[in-house]
Design a protein around this ligand. Structure first.
Ligand code: HEM
Length: 405
């Protein structure tokens, strides 16, 4: 489901709306709150809202922390609500089965299929099966073995920035990060060769529109075209790895799919050909886009807070804390969506089964109930775990003993 579908329409009913018996004054107030909250949501789609959504989140949190939008989606802006929903196994993914029940015609949109059939949008047992197939590529030992190469790539990216800025010039930081750092790292893991990085970037950006909070018809059409182009690309890559395997994830997944016992089962139950292509596309996209945005947002925050940059220059031991603070302050993924398996309530607001609950992670990370002076970028801060990775409940528990779940 695209965000456009989540939030479109103007005839919704606020979740906290009082019953018919409520005095007119109370009904008027509820209606004013609902209208203002809807207007705030709409303002997130403006250029100003996209550039700096945080004042809007703050107002929404103060006004209607569990707001039911006109389309019936519930938007959460409080840390505790977002944390408990993202980590509660009773809140499921927007799975294909859910989409079949709720979004007519989604299977006719290649962009939505390429998105909603990936592991991110699956529940167990499919989620467990798909995740297990790729987790071998991300063991601590494998990730650690990339350390030297990543450091050399980071040096190269910094040199490119320095060259571009020499003599008073400007650097396209996102472009440099994409081609000099993110794509080389994820491309090597997944198996996408350097010659293809540049043209894949446009398709990835277009497909990612499916998971924006607002998606126009034009953007959805572009996402559909991008999904088809990416499918063709990865089908060719898989054919190539079938002929000549390498040490990358594409080759490993082909080997899994073509293994004698998978062939013997005959039903593709370990990994279908479509899942193979979707998994490669998703990993490439998930890794590249987030990495570029985290580094670009973190750099922007350091430039805007020179004293913090100075602190970091003076003590490289603060690097991990600076990354954590960049994740909190301006997270690359601004929201995740969940679907309650049964009727529930959040903060007293009824949440019917199968409705869409959107945890606004960027808002949660700036909740003053959880973070002191939340709008301050402070790499020395201590506090609860940031929600920017929105880890699902399965087997994961936050380190902080003060966490409410
Ligand atoms: C750098 C910052 C990153 C951020 C902020 C980030 C954020 C997220 C978020 C919010 C989710 C959704 C979790 C949920 O719905 O519960 C997610 C899922 C995922 N991300 Fe990332 N991510 C980052 C980097 C990466 C990288 C480098 C990769 C690897 C190539 C990656 C691969 C994945 C995968 C495979 C999932 C699905 C996990 C699952 O469904 O179990 N991410 N990420």
């Amino acid at each position: 489901m695209t965000a456009r579908q989540r939030l479109e329409g103007t005839d919704g009913v606020a979740a906290a709306e009082p019953g018919d018996a409520a005095p007119a004054r109370v009904r008027d107030e509820a209606s004013r709150v609902r209208d203002e909250a809807d207007a705030l949501l709409a303002s997130l789609a403006t250029p100003e809202g996209r550039a700096d959504p945080y004042p809007i989140f703050a107002r929404l949190r103060a006004l209607a922390p569990q707001h039911r939008s006109a389309s019936g989606s519930i938007l959460l802006t409080r840390y505790d609500d977002c944390a408990s929903v993202t980590r509660n196994p009773e809140y499921r993914a927007q799975s294909p089965a859910w989409a079949d029940r709720v979004i007519p015609g989604w299977r006719d949109s290649p962009g939505q299929v390429a998105t909603f059939e990936t592991m991110l949008f699956r529940d167990p047992p499919d989620h467990t099966r798909l995740r297990k197939l790729v987790s071998g590529a991300f063991t601590p030992r494998k990730v650690d073995s990339l350390r030297g190469e990543v450091a050399a790539l980071a040096d190269r990216a910094l040199d490119a920035v320095a060259d571009a800025c020499a003599d008073g010039g400007t650097a396209d930081l996102q472009g440099i990060l994409a081609l000099s750092l993110a794509m080389p790292v994820i491309g090597r893991l997944v198996g996408v060769p350097e010659t293809d990085w540049r043209h894949l970037r446009a398709s990835i950006s277009a497909l990612l529109n499916v998971v924006e909070l607002f998606t126009s018809k034009k953007e959805l059409a572009e996402a559909d075209a991008a999904a088809l182009a990416l499918r063709r690309y990865f089908a060719d890559l898989v054919a190539e790895r079938r002929r000549s395997p390498l040490g990358d994830l594409a080759s490993a997944l082909v080997a899994t799919r073509d293994s004698p016992d998978a062939r013997a089962s005959g039903d593709g139950s370990r990994l279908t050909e479509e899942e193979l292509l979707q998994t490669l596309t998703f990993l490439f996209m998930a890794g590249v886009d987030t990495m570029i945005n985290l580094l670009a947002n973190g750099t922007a925050a350091l430039i805007a807070h020179p004293a913090q940059a100075e602190l970091l220059r003076g003590d490289h031991g603060l690097a991990a804390a600076a990354v954590e603070e960049a994740l909190r302050y301006d997270p690359p993924v601004q929201f995740v969506a969940r679907v309650p398996a049964a009727d529930a309530t959040i903060g007293g607001v009824p949440v019917p089964a199968d409705s869409l609950v959107i945890a606004l992670l960027g808002a949660a990370n700036r909740d003053p109930a959880r973070f002191t002076a939340p709008d301050r970028f402070d790499i020395s801060r201590t506090g609860p775990a940031v929600l920017s990775l929105a880890l699902r409940s399965r087997g994961w528990r936050p380190k902080s003993s003060s966490a409410p779940w």
